[in-house]
Ligand binder design. Structure first.
Ligand SMILES: NC(=O)c1ccc[n+]([C@@H]2O[C@H](COP(=O)([O-])OP(=O)(O)OC[C@H]3O[C@@H](n4cnc5c(N)ncnc54)[C@H](O)[C@@H]3O)[C@@H](O)[C@H]2O)c1
Length: 560
């Protein structure tokens, strides 16, 4: 590999440990000797900020949620319009995540999104207002007036389509709570934003912190609160955090008062009122129930989607018609999978907590809808591979060896987050069946779930283990030039409704592919006129939930 100037500057031949940013820039992990210097830097900055009347807020975990939340807090102002907080984003210096720190310190967002405000706000806070820095040194917790916890809490599944056999993985969260308890000043408020298994704040995190306080000889109770995130990365990334309704609760009255005050200072609670609950388990349960509800209404439509496909019904039009009723306006079409980090796991956290934190043994008989919904969502993508197979078959082709382009790797439109995307399941199943998969996505630079499938989402946790023939997927790279990606494709799967795919002209698709191909629509992207045109051009069209396509095909065949 050629060494660029930038790389020479940032690489240091230490112990050979590097963290690589998505654009390929490599950053040497900090050495032990650097920690003290880093802490001196932070102390100086915090002292200055405090002298200017600002509160010091440490955000633990600068991922999809923490990075943007840190910027929102850093951007907040007091009644006189002056910055009221100085924020330190703290990230563990792992090979996988360390790069986020130097990037943030340059004023660059470690997440990519359609919302231009993300980049602007981070640049403004780091470079102009100087209210945001990032560090790997968790000793910064000793400077905090408030700590916001945005690390992950996973739910690990052991089988595909059987949520109930999985378990919560709270290791990162527990380690973070321990470190916080060991380092924060006694009066510091700790706010858990992470989506957790109900009961975690009071029965797992608080005891960890109390134990750490006791070991330090601190007599007072830790001030611990919970307020979950409802962030929706995408076009409204920033406002989905700042201008959105929040729910919160504290472990005791003092923590409740403090969390209310903090949230009112950093979020737009004037227009989006805060709901304060009595106990954290109620706030935690709110998050789990609202995401289980969403997962359930999506899963519910899977069976009607199959019904529609087999009986000449266009489910997209059915949903449009139902949605006219205000009482049913939140009915939504499920794509090839209900990915994203949250919906596939949150119901599992609740199910698991019922037994393992709260001590009930009858989870199987009590929870019958949520696990089924998640299992349906987790496996819906498999049907897309069947549609590709059938589309190719109708053109006299076989799936084995077929060149199939998947348009969209992320879990939803206009974001770069690929975690648990339906597209991953589609690619894995197609690959198992012998297809040659390629991928295009305007928002995703690296599809790590495939490219680094031994490590993502964690060692031993890849969906790879549920399929055969997956080894070659490490070489799959995400294309950015749709024309080039389509060249020679025998089938194209419109897996995500990214803007770039909505207005595609059938003539162009066929021209770029080099001839007629099978087109598989997973999201009701194609208008009837577009479907008709594909047939007229000699293509085959298949779609999730759209049984009327057969009718259009017959009309074209009969020359109507
Ligand atoms: N992404 C979303 O759309 C979304 C929406 C609502 C809620 N949430 C919830 O927010 C939480 C965070 O999600 P995310 O998407 O930001 O995850 P993420 O994986 O992008 O970010 C978590 C970050 O925490 C870091 N981390 C882990 N252990 C740490 C430690 N000990 N010290 C410091 N940093 C540490 C990780 O390296 C990572 O950068 C989850 O509970 C998630 O369910 C996410």
């Amino acid at each position: 590999m050629r060494r660029t100037k930038k790389m020479v500057k940032t690489q240091r031949p230490t112990d050979g440990q590097f963290s690589t940013a998505p654009d390929g820039e490599r950053f040497a992990l900090p050495r032990p000797a650097q920690y003290a210097t880093e802490m001196r830097r932070l102390r100086k900055l915090a002292d200055k900020a405090r002298a200017e009347g600002r509160e010091i807020v440490v955000v633990m975990g600068v991922g999809f949620v923490g990075a943007v939340m840190a910027a929102i807090v850093a951007d907040s102002v007091d009644r006189k319009g002056r910055p009221s907080k100085f924020v330190i984003g703290c990230q563990r210096p792992s090979t996988r995540s360390y790069w986020k720190i130097p990037l943030l310190n340059r004023g660059r967002a470690p997440v990519s999104a359609e919302d231009p405000e993300v980049d602007r706000m981070i640049a403004r806070c780091v470079n102009d207002k100087k209210t945001l820095v990032a560090t790997y040194n968790s000793d910064c917790l000793s400077l905090a007036d408030c700590v916001v916890v945005d690390v992950q809490c996973d739910y690990l599944k052991t089988e595909l389509g059987n949520m109930a056999s999985g378990e919560a993985d709270m290791a990162a969260l527990e380690a973070t709570m321990r470190t916080i308890g060991q380092k924060i000043p006694p009066k510091c408020l700790t706010l858990i934003e992470t989506t957790v298994a109900p009961g975690t704040t009071e029965f797992v995190a608080w005891p960890i912190m109390k134990k750490a306080f006791a070991a330090r000889g601190i007599r007072s109770e830790p001030l611990l609160a919970h307020s979950f995130e409802r962030v929706m990365p995408g076009r409204e990334y920033v406002s989905s955090i700042r201008d959105f309704w929040r729910v919160c609760a504290g472990c005791n009255a003092k923590a409740r008062k403090r969390v209310e005050k903090f949230l009112r200072e950093v979020l737009n609670t004037k227009d989006f009122p805060l709901t304060v609950m009595d106990r954290p388990i109620e706030s935690e349960t709110t998050k789990i129930v609202e995401n289980s509800y969403r997962a359930t209404i999506l899963a519910f439509l899977n069976e009607w989607s199959l019904f529609a496909e087999r009986n000449g019904v266009d489910l997209i039009k059915v949903i449009g018609a139902i949605g006219m009723r205000p009482t049913h306006s939140n009915i939504i079409f499920p794509g090839p999978g209900i990915g994203g980090y949250c919906l596939p796991k949150d119901g599992g956290l609740g199910y698991w907590a019922y037994r393992h934190i709260l001590g009930f043994e009858d989870g199987e008989s009590v929870f019958r809808i949520t696990p089924t919904a998640i299992d349906i969502n987790d496996t819906r993508g498999l049907h897309v591979a069947e549609l590709v197979r059938d589309g190719l078959r109708n053109m006299g082709r076989y799936i084995a060896g077929a060149e199939v382009l998947i348009c969209g790797a992320s879990y939803r439109q206009d974001v770069g987050d690929t975690r648990y995307s339906g597209s991953e399941l589609v690619v894995r199943k197609l690959t198992e069946m012998g297809a040659e998969a390629r991928v295009h996505d305007p928002y995703v630079d690296h599809w790590y779930e495939l490219e680094k499938q031994e490590e993502y989402p964690a060692v031993g946790q890849s969906w790879k283990r549920f399929f055969r023939n997956q080894a070659g997927l490490e070489d799959l790279r995400v294309g950015k030039d749709l024309k080039a990606s389509l060249k020679g494709a025998e089938a194209v799967v419109l897996a995500v409704p990214h803007e770039a795919y909505l207005e595609l002209k059938p003539e162009d698709v066929v021209k770029w592919a080099g001839g007629p191909l099978a087109v598989i629509d997973c999201f009701g992207i194609l208008l009837d006129a577009t479907i008709r045109r594909y047939f007229e051009l000699g293509c085959e069209v298949k779609a999730l939930g759209r049984g009327h396509i057969q009718r259009i095909k017959e009309e074209v065949r009969k020359g109507r």
